[in-house]
Design a binder for this molecule. Structure first.
Ligand code: S3P
Length: 437
């Protein structure tokens, strides 16, 4: 799907309709990688349609994995697992814009007896990789980088197990190290400072890997033994809750909104947004809750209500890291405003998201306080349409399309095509559910 690079968003009356979301991005990456190193075939239904997850699949092809996409109906990917031995790549592994691809896959190629070069686009080439380089080097991989940034040149082989306390709360790093742990001679232990999304753990179990988990509070630890065999799976990937966030926030803007979202990922490490939006006044009911390959999935009915403010810090900021841009973008329309603290990680995402959000809000006439680790956006503000930029960041493009729905006058979003990184169908769907003023 081709998105125009400049999109105009007009003020709306409310949003109404049914939204079926493409498969979750975090789960799609992990399933594609694990299916590649599993014994036997896997069938992944509702695979993410985003360019990031396509980057992961292309990297797996470069590593000798055969797969095909069947788009009729359900966007199915069929992967022919190779078992743990991948093929030495003859070209670089192009991770595109995808931090998840580079960080998580670096764990797998570190366990392979050959050299891989991992490259990325301009934005990815600016992002910190020492968080995976350091522990993977301790495990025995040889890694060259550009002062901790891509490209990475990784020479792998048999690895030593690691006992590691992660300094940064990052699900990508946790998955990277668990996946590397599969190639280690013994048991690895990975501890995180704050609980992050657990799709790596859940996916490993779905592919037949045994691991131990401890701690359900702030932090947690995982233990995993090397040398286990993975078995291919048949899975339907639940709808991406971080993509749903844009529609949920759009619904929250208008009391008369009504949305139905079937087959949505409800994993407790990802669903904090629902609690926060409910506390702010959105009415959400969940039906048909079920577990699919260890992941919780449900159907949501949403009705617009009031829009109170909130403060996000510590564990909440980590749990909502991908949703903060859109929450901050609708913050001026709330009663008490939204304050975000302990979210320094936002500065090293696809763009510096604290700066991108603050700049665009100010262009719309909002008052915003930008801090090193967050933002404070007062409520009860009136915004006007403006000429905005996505800064090449998919979540910024979509967040400000939502903010524009309640502004006065039209908003232009340049670089709107970046939405295709996670959700190519976003603007079409937004238009379909928007009732114009
Ligand atoms: C992701 C983890 C988060 C998130 C990213 C996807 C994942 O990043 O921001 O979009 O799939 O594990 P960190 O691992 O840096 O927290």
């Amino acid at each position: 799907m081709k998105i125009k690079s400049e999109i105009t968003v007009r003020p709306a009356r409310n949003v109404r309709g049914r939204v079926e979301l493409p498969g979750d991005k975090s789960i799609s990456h992990r399933y594609a990688m694990l299916a590649s190193i599993a014994d036997g075939p896997s069938r992944l239904e509702n695979y993410s349609t985003g360019a990031d997850c396509a980057s992961t699949l292309e990297c797996m092809r470069t590593l000798g994995v055969a797969w095909e996409r069947k788009t009729e109906g359900q966007n199915v990917i069929q992967v022919q697992g190779r078992g743990v031995a991948l093929a030495a790549p003859s070209t670089a592994l192009d991770c595109g814009n995808s931090g998840s691809t580079m960080r998580i896959l670096s764990g797998i190629v570190s366990g392979q007896p050959f050299t891989s070069e991992m490259i990325g686009d301009e934005s990815l080439s600016r992002r910190p990789m020492e968080r995976v380089i350091k522990p993977l080097s301790t495990m025995g991989a040889q890694i060259d980088s550009q002062e901790g940034k891509p490209p990475l040149r990784i020479t792998g082989g048999s690895l030593k197990p690691i006992d590691y306390q992660m300094p940064v709360a990052s699900a990508q790093v946790k998955s990277c190290l668990m996946f590397a742990g599969l190639f280690a001679d013994g048991e690895s232990r990975i501890e995180e400072p704050l609980r992050t999304r657990d799709h790596g753990e859940v996916a490993l179990r779905a592919f037949g890997v045994k691991l131990e988990r401890k701690g359900a509070g702030l932090g947690s630890e995982v233990r995993i033994r090397g040398g286990q065999t993975l078995h291919g799976i048949e899975a339907r990937i639940p709808g991406d809750i971080s993509s749903a966030a844009f529609f949920l926030c759009a619904a929250a803007l208008f009391p008369r909104s009504q949305l139905a979202i079937p087959n949505l990922l409800m994993n407790p490490t990802r669903a904090r947004l629902l609690d926060i939006l409910m506390q702010m006044g959105l009415r959400i009911s969940v039906t048909q809750l079920e577990e699919v390959n260890g992941e919780l999935v449900g159907t949501l009915q949403i009705e617009g209500g009031g829009l109170k403010g909130t403060t996000l810090s510590r564990g909440d900021s980590a749990a909502l890291i991908d949703e903060i841009p859109v929450l901050a973008a609708i913050a001026p329309y709330t009663e008490q405003g939204i304050e975000v603290r302990d979210a320094k990680e936002l500065r090293v995402k696809e763009s510096d998201r604290i700066k991108s959000v603050a700049t665009n809000l100010r262009l719309m006439g909002a008052e915003v306080e930008e801090r090193e680790d967050g933002l404070n956006v007062p409520g009860q503000q009136t915004l006007h349409g403006a000429d905005l930029d996505s800064y090449g960041d998919h979540r910024i493009a979509m967040a400000f399309a939502v903010a524009a729905l309640r502004a006065q006058g039209e908003t232009q979003i340049r670089g709107a095509e970046s939405a295709a990184i996670s959700y190519p169908e976003f603007f079409e769907k937004l238009e379909e559910i928007t009732q114009e003023r």
